[in-house]
Design a protein around this ligand. Structure first.
Ligand SMILES: Cc1ncc(COP(=O)(O)O)c(C=O)c1O
Length: 359
């Protein structure tokens, strides 16, 4: 007899993970918006020194990491939440805030984990199309907020379209949203956003207890293999609720040690951002020379639509045959588009050459 699953399992779509992880063949991996740069030597040392105490459970309150985050960002420790990746915080926030009858508002196409929150909870998802420049349409999102809304998510810069909205627009959005609605601004890629200082949004927390800035060590810090993210919150309420719905030791000891050390190396963050932005400018120029118009990227990846006579799957397969892995837009809500992470100069060269051949 087949297993009888819960109703919600029928609603939850499987996460569209990128392929290639099980292969041993060296490939140019530009499909998951990872950092092409390996963890810093000091971060590796911190991981090594944490190895000898792996017979103990990790610190359940992530105290060293939260204290370092508090020093770095000027947000009090009780208003900082840690997660097993920032996805863990998103899913726990969905569990804490949503239920049948409640509503969640988010843009689409946006990060593929957001639809999971409504599916898992039975809440109604209100998805708002991006504007003509593939940016969040915050006015349209605001008009969808009702008494039933519990959560609104703004992904800035947006995955998969790479675009960002100015902080002033986010500030007015948060200023208009009623205080019972939790607003998560997902800033996984904020360090790569040159529209403004990535830390400028933190000031908004002081005047908006319902605001949450979601960040991660997976992207600019290059630690996605360890799974650690954090949320800077406008009040202590959400961190407390997240801990109620999660297992106690959600962030492992190596991840805590690595993330705490990574924070001490802001010079490396600046260096990586500089290198990524240089690649962003050069790859986008070369794409334009191929007749492709990429979206205005403020992230570590680009997003572009193929011409109508091109088949997304065929282009992806052509790139894969040449050892280059990218993401197809269909799985991400944008049929006929490709999302490509900026890699090292050598990786980008291989991608551009392969693309020119395929097209
Ligand atoms: C917009 C956005 N938010 C959150 C995440 C999750 O990051 P992690 O769970 O690795 O911290 C990603 C990962 O790709 C992302 O693109």
């Amino acid at each position: 007899m087949a297993l009888e699953f819960s109703e919600r399992i029928r609603r939850i779509a499987s996460y569209p993970a990128a392929g290639g992880y099980a292969q041993n063949v060296p490939a140019v991996r530009l499909a998951s918006n990872e950092s092409p740069y390996p963890p810093l030597a000091e971060v590796r040392e911190a991981i090594e020194s944490a190895l000898s105490t792996l017979n103990r459970y990790p610190d359940p309150s992530n105290s060293i990491l939260r204290a370092r985050l508090s020093d770095r960002y000027g947000v009090p420790v009780p208003r900082i939440a840690i997660g097993n990746g920032s996805c863990d915080i998103l899913l726990a926030a969905g569990e804490a805030l949503l239920e049948p009858g409640a509503e969640i508002v988010h843009a689409w196409p946006s990060f593929s984990v957001y639809p999971h929150l409504s599916a898992a909870s039975g809440a109604r998802a209100v998805t708002v199309p991006l504007d003509g420049d593939e940016r969040h349409d915050l006015e349209a999102m605001l008009s969808e907020v009702t008494v039933a809304t519990r959560l609104a998510i703004v992904c800035n810069p947006n995955n998969p379209t790479s675009t960002a909205v100015p902080l002033a627009d986010i500030a007015s959005f948060v200023g208009e949203v009623p205080p019972h609605v939790c607003v998560i601004v997902d800033e996984a890629y904020c360090e790569f956003n040159l529209l403004e200082d990535p830390d400028a949004s933190i000031e908004l927390l002081d005047s908006h207890p319902n605001l949450v800035l979601l960040r991660t060590f997976s992207k600019v810090h290059g630690l996605c293999g360890l799974r650690v993210g954090f949320a800077l919150c406008g009040s202590e309420d959400l961190p407390r609720a997240l801990d109620q719905v999660r297992q106690p030791f959600f962030c492992n000891a190596l991840a805590q040690a690595a993330a705490a050390e990574a924070l001490a190396h802001q010079d490396a963050v600046i260096d990586r951002v500089t290198r990524t932005v240089a690649e962003r400018i050069s790859v986008d120029e070369r794409l334009r020379a191929l007749g492709i118009e990429p979206a205005d990227s403020q992230a570590n990846f680009c997003w572009f639509h193929l011409s109508e006579d091109r088949d997304e799957q065929e282009v992806m397969s052509g790139l894969q045959e040449r050892g280059v892995l990218v993401r197809g837009g269909t799985a991400l809500g944008g049929e006929g588009a490709l999302r490509v992470t900026y890699g090292t100069p050598e990786e980008n060269e291989r991608f551009l050459q392969a693309l020119a051949e395929v097209l």
